[in-house]
Design a protein around this ligand. Sequence first.
Ligand code: PMV
Length: 326
Amino acid sequence: MRTAAARARANIALIKYWGKADKSLNLPATGSISMTLSSLQTTTRVTFDTKFDRDEVSLNSSQAPEGVRQRISRFLSLVRSMAGIDLFGQVDSHNNFPTAAGLASSASGYAALAVSASRAAGLDLSRSDLSQLARQGSGSAPRSLIGGFVELGIWDGRGTQRCSLDQIASTKHWDIRLVIAVCGQHEKKISSGSGMERSRLTSDFYEQWIKTHNRDLDTARQAVKEKDISRLGPVVESSCFKMHAVALSSQPPLLYWNPITVAAMQKVWSLRETGLEGYVTIDAGPQVKVLCEAKNSKAIAEQLEAIPGVEKVFNEQPGSGVELLQ
Ligand code: PMV
């Protein structure tokens, strides 16, 4: 029997990726910049043993749906072929936050799975190899391998198909917050993977999204380094709403928001007019994440909690990268 466990935190993209350059290798069409969170996390244990006659997956102490089991089993097969083993595995994974509702559970999930499964299979992978492996589970997962502010690049067209993964700034660099309003906990109907593929194939805005992306990455990277919220915030909002404009203009349209999402974003904008500086970002789900300085985060969190329908508010600071557990 071989076993290993790992813990990874979710990350939220400040500059989004939406679209794949290669579907089978899950290569992103755009770079992205994220902040790793401090407390929303996935803990995963993987055990390979001769006693299993197929891969078994438990999520939050319940047997995973068959589709999820098969997706994770395909991922374990990648690890098996890298390690040259043929044992089936048992995966036991726990999230301390809502799963598959736009809170980046697949990012923390596949980062924790890449580390625990590769270790349990007897591999000691470099960060770059872990990143390529995690990416094949979920496009945003490599970013959860690292703490603080992280940039995931695109394949540069040379050599093997790899994406760069870099820390732009450490966890301690800037005491900035993402205040997260949970505006609905239902699993999304269209996964981000199928949503972005639909956008690539059908949205008239997709080309423009790709074309303007590097400029947004440059602005955000610089603003993070200079700890300039008034420069970072507008480009974060712009990247978010460009992504959702591409999603909405897909055929059929993709709308990940609900009325509570809209109420929360309007609240953030009206607070900004009164001097409470916060900027909205939203992923492929209804949750609203507000980027703000630590000094404003409590007041913003209180205002979001007061919105009818907001179920919970998290106040997240920059968190650390993946950890291998004993
Ligand atoms: O990790 P994926 O492939 O499910 O894609 C996540 C996409 C967004 O969360 C919407 C944006 C991002 O860059 O995280």
